[in-house]
Structure formats: structure tokens, C-alpha cells
Design a binder for this molecule. Structure first.
Ligand SMILES: [Fe+2]
Ligand SMILES: [Fe+2]
Length: 241
């Protein structure tokens, strides 16, 4: 049961690791450090650079250095090679809970995860009109929002964290070029989230955005992409949930 005296859960969150075969970057030490700093680690997509199974295997090795639960979603880069299922399988094999329209509860906190999709924001978001390709694009966004809603309905805990790859609001993508805003996320995700009460929403994808923002309903949104400046001064944020 969650009550006023419940000790906050320390959730470390980061995104856009972009693990590659050739650059020798290891997250082993960082994950070991995070294991001491937090209760749970959230990874908000673009875990690999090209979605290659070999990249996922490298990350899987590093995941084993993490002694706290890891929960996350895939990003667009993890789909590039057409091996997203295999990437998920490898990461799950290493113990990571990869969410794709599901929820999981850990110590009284519900985690909901879906990748999300693009489509733009507010009154300027792309509508389902015109060519079939355009309608297909919009239906992909709507489908992700629907899968998010279904997953959110499963959550029974009072405290919850929504994990997305794409941004649900513009606040946290500021500093990115205006021309690419519609490809960085969609308000349809925020509209869905605001039908529920959540403790925090995290996303990545916008490498040059801003750390903190709010949904139109006032719920906190954090862009935890690797290079975003965070209050910790580290590649990961710590959220007290
Ligand atoms: Fe990325
Ligand atoms: Fe991305």
C-alpha cells in the first residue's frame, strides 16, 4: 500500500545511449555507479545506434553490471535494421524489462512504456487527411497513443512513471531546430497521459532539448537524452517518485 510515509523511490533515467560496435563506449562503470545511487534504472530508447543485434549484445553485457532493475523502451534507432524483436529478446535475456505497450510494478511504483511516434504538437499536429501514406503516418501515432492508454489502464499503484522515446510536449524539445519539431514527438501522447494521474513522464529522442517541462494538464515531463544537461550533472537524471 502506498501512503504518506512511503519512502520515495529513486529512479535514475537516461536515454539515447546509441551503443555501437566500433566506438568502444561501455556503460558498465556508469551502470555500476547508478546501482549505488538509485533503486531503479529507466532507459528511454535509442539504446543501440542502428538496431543491430551485435550492438544489443554489447549493451546486454553492460546491463549485467547493473544490480538494480532496468526498465525501458526501444527508440527509432533500435528499429533501423529491422531486428527490433531480436534486440528486445537480447536485452530481456540480460534482465532488462523492455516495455512495448505494457506496464510493470516495482515496489509499489507502476512503470508504463511505449515508444511513441512523431506527428507534431498542439493545433499544428498532423491530421489524418490526404494521401494514404499521410494517413498511415498519423495512424501510427494514434496507435501508439492507444497502446499507451491500454497500458496505463493496467496500473493499480498510486505512483507511476511513463516511459516514452518520443516527446509528448514541446517544452522539452526546445533548442532543437523548429523544422524538425513534428518528427520529435506528438501531443497525442500527452493527451492520453493527461487522462490519468502520473508521477513523472520521461522521454529521449531530442538530443538538444531541455530537461524539464509539463503536459497541458501540469504533469512533469523530463527529457533524459544522454547529452541533455541534468541537475545531477551526469548523463542520468535522478527522480524521486
Ligand atoms: Fe537518439
Ligand atoms: Fe530517437
Amino acid at each position: 500500500m502506498t501512503d504518506e510515509t512511503t519512502k520515495p523511490m529513486r529512479v535514475a533515467a537516461m536515454a539515447d545511449l546509441h551503443v555501437r560496435e566500433d566506438n568502444g563506449t561501455s556503460y558498465r562503470d556508469l551502470f555500476a555507479e547508478i546501482s549505488k545511487e538509485a533503486d531503479v534504472l529507466v532507459l528511454a530508447g535509442d539504446l543501440t545506434d542502428l538496431g543491430k543485434p551485435k550492438e544489443a549484445e554489447l549493451l546486454a553485457q553492460d546491463i549485467k553490471a547493473c544490480s538494480i532493475p532496468i526498465i525501458g523502451v526501444l527508440g527509432n534507432h533500435d528499429y533501423e535494421c529491422g531486428c527490433a524483436e531480436e534486440v528486445m529478446h537480447i536485452l530481456r535475456g540480460a534482465g532488462m524489462k523492455v516495455l512495448d505497450g505494457q506496464s510493470v510494478e516495482i515496489d509499489g511504483v507502476g512503470f508504463v512504456g511505449v515508444k511513441g511516434f512523431a506527428g507534431g504538437f498542439g493545433r499544428r499536429m498532423l491530421g489524418s487527411f490526404g494521401e494514404p501514406a499521410m494517413k498511415q503516418f498519423v495512424s501510427e501515432t494514434m496507435n501508439e497513443a492507444l497502446r499507451l492508454e491500454n497500458a496505463m489502464r493496467q496500473v493499480r499503484s498510486k505512483r507511476s512513471v511513463v516511459i516514452l522515446h518520443y516527446a509528448p510536449v514541446v517544452d522539452t524539445i526546445e533548442s532543437e531546430p523548429l523544422e524538425i519539431y513534428p518528427f520529435l514527438g506528438s501531443s497525442r501522447l500527452a493527451e492520453t497521459i493527461d487522462r490519468f494521474q502520473v508521477s513523472a513522464i520521461v522521454h529521449g529522442h531530442a538530443h538538444r532539448g531541455r530537461f524539464e517541462g509539463r503536459t497541458p494538464g501540469g504533469q512533469p515531463v523530463y527529457n533524459v537524452a544522454h547529452h541533455i544537461e541534468k541537475p545531477t550533472g551526469k548523463p542520468y537524471a535522478i527522480l524521486e517518485i
